[in-house]
Design a protein around this ligand. Structure first.
Ligand code: NI
Length: 166
């Protein structure tokens, strides 16, 4: 188990466009393992490599079934992710971020998105997502592009409730 430190605003790495991954060797695999350990340690729902001060296009998203809480959460590792379709239908929801401690914000996101990228072995991936899963993917892919939820938030407030930052 190896966790890494999460950088917080205003660290400049959070504002850089992350580099595309071309080498799927041991260094990437170690980064992914450390990201998973860090995500679980922080009880987050998502994490992007730039949050560990690694400017690479690697994201994790973990979520359970919205209908059935008995189903264990599933972890998605996506390399070089891109949103190739945004639904026009938007939904407003609350988000927090591990790199912006103590705050939450209300953000409009597309209700459904299609994400394309690669898995941790470099094989192509394409996923259709909706609801909370679509929201986390949009948040993490923003990180890859140097965008923070606070840039998009309609309102930001001090978090005093339990939440799963991403
Ligand atoms: Ni975040």
């Amino acid at each position: 188990m190896a966790t890494r430190e999460i950088i917080i605003v205003p660290h400049p790495t959070l504002r850089k466009k992350a580099e595309k991954v071309t080498d799927f060797g041991p260094e990437l695999q170690q980064l992914i393992e450390d990201m998973i350990d860090t995500l679980h340690e922080e009880s987050g729902s998502g994490l992007a490599a730039p949050q560990l001060n690694v400017s690479k296009q690697v994201i994790l998203v973990e979520f359970g079934s919205e209908e059935d809480e008995e189903i264990p959460p599933k972890l998605y590792v996506t390399i070089n992710p891109k949103i190739t379709r945004f639904s026009q239908q938007m939904v407003t929801g609350a988000e927090g971020c591990l790199s912006i401690p103590g705050l939450m914000g209300e953000v409009d996101r597309s209700e459904e998105v299609v994400v394309e990228g690669q898995d941790r072995n470099g094989e192509p991936l394409k996923m259709s997502l909706q609801g909370w899963a679509a929201r986390i993917f949009q948040h993490e892919i923003d990180h890859i592009n140097g965008i923070l939820y606070s840039d998009r938030a309609i309102e930001v407030w001090e978090a005093d409730e339990e939440y799963n930052p991403v």
